[in-house]
Design a protein around this ligand. Structure first.
Ligand SMILES: Cc1cc2nc3c(=O)[nH]c(=O)nc-3n(C[C@H](O)[C@H](O)[C@H](O)COP(=O)(O)O)c2cc1C
Length: 330
């Protein structure tokens, strides 16, 4: 079974991907309840952390019930990264993850995220310094390479392992691809098949169906799947994948009652965590997926995403249950 330091994960674990503005504590808790074996926070700026920027510091909150949890940080400056490791440790995560994969211009232009794929020596030395600076296991999330012509992920992964990285999650795209095209899992399988590799190698990118997760396990031999977009507003995806991997059959999708219950809990946890205003605002992006596919749903969705008061959103949930309670999801 895959191990990250002393953390033992089940066979072919499912990981919730770090996703900015999505993987916050309420969402992570819901995914955990539905079968995610390891969850990661949104990425947190090391520069923000050391400046004590409120947005970065808030992202450090974790609930006990979501463990094991990894806090992900990004940056390219060694001193800032080491100081932020010390700050992160105070939140007592189980893992510290380094983001070497974010393709966004404002991150990359500072040499952070996927920007570091242009300087593999720096990527390795930063990782080594962070490993030495903390007692927590350090993991890395990255992409295949900067662009198609510079894919050296087998060598890169081996070097990261040699400096003490305890697991690696690889998104099967290059930085140049951003989110275009299909994720290519072959180079990730090459990392896994390197006989010198002994740390877990997790595959990421386009695991959008239970069948895709099965292919990642059976055809590519990876140690687990990291799941991002397929879980947004649909935390049941983890349970559905697990069921399929175990039985080869599909679970029925959650009915309306279960969806409304999840949406309510999501909103309530968000309000408890960050107050009504932010809680109402930041949970909005999930509702489309919770209630996807229902005909003539627009007025209800509009109410959910435009109301500022929690009680109006809760009232919209009640109306939905009353009106569409028998809707058959496929
Ligand atoms: C809304 C959104 C936010 C993301 N934020 C992060 C992030 O903070 N850190 C990170 O490493 N990757 C981030 N990613 C990338 C995902 O972790 C993942 O690598 C990517 O979505 C591919 O996986 P998927 O096809 O399962 O979604 C983000 C992706 C999305 C869609």
């Amino acid at each position: 079974m895959p191990k990250i330091g002393d953390i033992v994960l089940p066979e072919f674990p499912l990981l919730l991907a770090p996703m900015e503005d999505v993987s916050d504590p309420p969402f992570r808790a819901l995914c955990k309840e539905q079968g995610a074996d390891l969850v990661y926070t949104e990425f947190i700026s090391s520069e923000g952390l050391i400046r004590d920027a409120a947005k970065s510091v808030m992202k450090l909150d974790i609930y006990e019930k979501e463990r094991p949890v990894g806090i992900q940080i990004f940056g390219a400056n060694l001193d800032s990264m080491l100081r932020s490791v010390e700050i992160v440790e105070k939140s007592k995560p189980d893992i510290i993850d380094i983001n070497f994969g974010c393709p966004v211009k404002k991150v990359v232009s500072k040499g952070a995220g996927a920007g570091i794929l242009k300087d593999i020596d720096l990527m390795v030395s930063l990782t080594e310094a962070m490993v030495k600076h903390t007692h927590l296991p350090v993991t890395v999330k990255t992409r295949l390479g900067w662009d198609h012509d510079s894919i050296k992920i087998v060598e890169v992964a081996e070097r990261l392992q040699d400096v003490g990285c305890k697991a690696i999650s690889i998104h099967g795209r290059t930085r140049a691809q951003m989110y275009k095209g299909e994720a290519d899992w072959k180079p990730i399988a090459e990392v896994k098949n390197n006989p010198r590799m002994h740390i877990p190698v997790f595959g990421n990118g386009d695991v959008a169906t239970p069948e895709a997760a099965k292919r990642m396990r059976d055809d590519y031999g990876l140690d687990g799947a990291m799941i991002g977009r397929a879980s947004i507003g649909y935390p049941w995806f983890f349970k559905e994948v697990k069921h399929y991997l175990e039985t080869g059959t599909h679970l029925s999708p959650p009915d309306m009652e279960e969806r409304v219950r999840a949406a309510r809990r999501h909103l309530q946890m968000a309000i408890d965590w960050k107050g009504e205003k932010l809680g109402v605002f930041e949970t909005r992006r999930h509702y489309t997926n919770y209630f996807r596919g229902i005909p003539n749903f627009k007025p209800y969705r509009m109410k959910m995403v435009t109301s500022d008061a929690a009680e109006d959103v809760f009232a919209a949930f009640d109306e939905v249950l009353e009106k569409f309670g028998n809707y058959q999801f496929v």
